[in-house]
Design a binder for this molecule. Sequence first.
Ligand SMILES: [Zn+2]
Length: 257
Amino acid sequence: MGHGIFGKLTGYVDEAGKGVPDQRSREHNFKIEYSDAIKSAEAVFFFQHPSLLSFQRAMQERKKRNNVETLFGVKEIPCDNEIRGLLDTIAPDVFGDIFMKSLKLADGEGVLEGYRVLDGGVLLALDGVWYHSSKHTHCKRCLHIEKGGETTYYHTGVVGTLVMPGNHAVLPEMPEMVSNGEGEGKQDCELQAGKRWLEKHGEEYQWLKPTLLGDDLYAHQPFCEQVLKAGYSFIFTCKDTSHAWLADTVKNSEVEE
Ligand SMILES: [Zn+2]
């Protein structure tokens, strides 16, 4: 296992992985441990492999294999299907604490100083990110859109990110998944997930004095009130088309000299 900051970060992932209950049925291959699958997935991102398959291919090379084993402390490197199969059974919230622990670690190292703006606060951007899209592969929780007689199934998450103008490095926070429930009815959406994100995480990020940044879809009174109630400020895009009265008022107002 690595040392220093990297060692601490992988340690957080390791800790979260240890709390995952083993849900495999008896016929499964128990040789692979959950923590090995989780740490291998972390390595996929760390080494920036474009896919699990490319990770799989890289692991055929002894040196790259050794890197994953030594840096991440993986005992038995799983194949891509094993990683996918095991990770699919884990609820995303299991990894929630890692984001806050990493943020506190970054703060302790003085990293957050570079993200302070607006009287010492931070800019926290909320945005939807697609992470699955297919015309064929789908599950019961998939969102879907119909276009030109075709259905596209997809998954998105609302991701909170600390950003700073001029700095390409962003600090990710715990996402809130946008996904449909078991039953029929109205589909889940980014705004609803944004509300849930604020309910779940609003308080724990208050110490950063965040200003939320968001698209036009967040610029509605109930959500803005929820943001203010959480002690945050906000800067949301207002499109002329969806905020006609506001656009008209601004256009027809004169600033007194
Ligand atoms: Zn799905």
